[in-house]
Structure formats: structure tokens, C-alpha cells
Design a protein around this ligand. Structure first.
Ligand code: ZN
Length: 206
């Protein structure tokens, strides 16, 4: 087959997506090309839209559309004194689907991984402490931080680092998902019932 540079560039870009190998990228690229008159404008439009419209909430750093503060953070029916710390916005989706948590969230946008060069300043850690500090002078100070990070080395390293700093706040309980969440698993791949149980039976970080 002759080399088509534009096609190769598309395949290269698709390969950067998580879980997409070369074979899948090629299949997707050919699919996009097949009905290019229909597929490409819609795809380009939605990529442009998310780039233009989707922002990070200034408080929890979840994705939000055209707002400074997201709907979850401004929902007064939720318990603003509990903050569940997740690695990515997808973690919020998962926990919401489990249907047992009514507090707020904080997205770190990754986890500490010195080997990959991801340090404290690369994550929304300072922002978490700023939120805590700001809450302490309100009527609804934060009373519990719940870690729902992936049960891997990076997740554990992050919990250790953050909870050490949190121990300065005597009135804040620090918890994490109960054991039973498969070690080495990813919280995106465990089922809702397991996650609901792990949340309800959460344990204190020692
Ligand atoms: Zn928010």
C-alpha cells in the first residue's frame, strides 16, 4: 500500500489514546475515512467543542461546561464537609454511579509517580489544601477526606504524602476505600456494588 502521510498522522494521533494499539488505530482511521463526508465534520466539530467549552471547575477540578464552578460544587443538597479525592474525573463518574456518596470531590489529575517525573506540583494538591483552609473559616469546615485512588504504588504514595500533611488538621478524619477493592486493579474497572461497599466500609488511614 502506498504511504499516505495524512492517514499515517491520524493513526499516530489515535495511537496516543489509552488502550489503542496500532491495529485498532488503523481500523478507526479507515472507519473515519470511509464515510469521510459525514464522519469527519462531526468529529472535528465535537473536538473543537470540547476544546472551546469544557473547562476545569475552579474548586474541585472536575470537567465543567462553560462554568467557573461545577454543578456538583454548587449543589447545596450535597455534604460540603466531605471531600472524596480521586485521580481523574472518570473516578467521579464511577463513584456517582455507585450511588452511596453525597459529599463533594477533588480531582488530583494524576497520582504521585517520581519514576515518571510526576511530583506534588504537577497535581492539584496545593489546591486541596487551599480548599481545606478556606473551609475552616466557614460554617461548614471540611471534616473528612476520603481517598478513592487507584490501589497501586502511585495511589498509595499519594495517600501517604497527602495524609501526612493532613495530620496537621486535628478535626479532619482521613479515610480510604476499604480493602476488598482488588489490589492492582483500577477503580474504573471494579463493579458498582464492590465500590459502594468499599465506600460504606471505608477505613481510617493510619
Ligand atoms: Zn466542582
Amino acid at each position: 500500500m502506498q504511504h499516505i502521510q495524512s492517514l499515517q498522522s491520524l493513526i499516530n494521533e489515535l495511537c496516543k489514546l489509552p488502550g489503542i494499539g496500532v491495529k485498532t488505530a488503523q481500523r478507526l482511521a479507515y472507519f473515519i475515512l470511509k464515510k469521510s463526508d459525514q464522519n469527519i465534520p462531526a468529529l472535528v466539530q465535537s473536538l473543537n467543542d470540547i476544546q472551546a467549552n469544557v473547562k476545569l471547575c475552579n474548586k474541585c477540578f472536575d470537567f465543567t461546561e462553560q462554568k467557573q464552578i461545577c454543578d456538583t460544587c454548587t449543589n447545596h443538597k450535597r455534604n460540603a464537609q466531605n471531600i472524596c479525592v480521586v485521580e481523574d474525573p472518570s473516578g467521579i463518574q464511577k463513584i456517582e454511579s455507585a450511588g452511596v456518596y453525597n459529599g463533594l470531590y477533588h480531582v488530583l489529575h494524576g497520582s504521585l509517580s517520581p519514576l515518571d517525573g510526576i511530583g506534588v506540583e504537577d497535581l492539584k494538591i496545593a489546591e486541596l489544601f487551599k480548599r481545606i483552609e478556606e473551609s475552616l473559616v466557614t460554617e461548614l469546615p471540611i471534616t473528612e477526606i476520603i481517598f478513592a485512588l487507584d490501589p497501586d504504588l502511585e495511589g498509595d504514595t499519594s495517600i501517604l504524602y497527602i495524609s501526612k500533611q493532613l495530620s496537621n488538621y486535628k478535626n479532619i478524619k482521613i479515610t480510604q476505600l476499604a480493602h476488598g477493592v482488588p489490589v492492582g486493579g483500577d477503580i474504573e474497572y471494579i463493579n458498582y456494588r464492590t465500590l459502594a461497599k468499599a465506600l460504606e466500609n471505608r477505613i481510617e488511614v493510619s
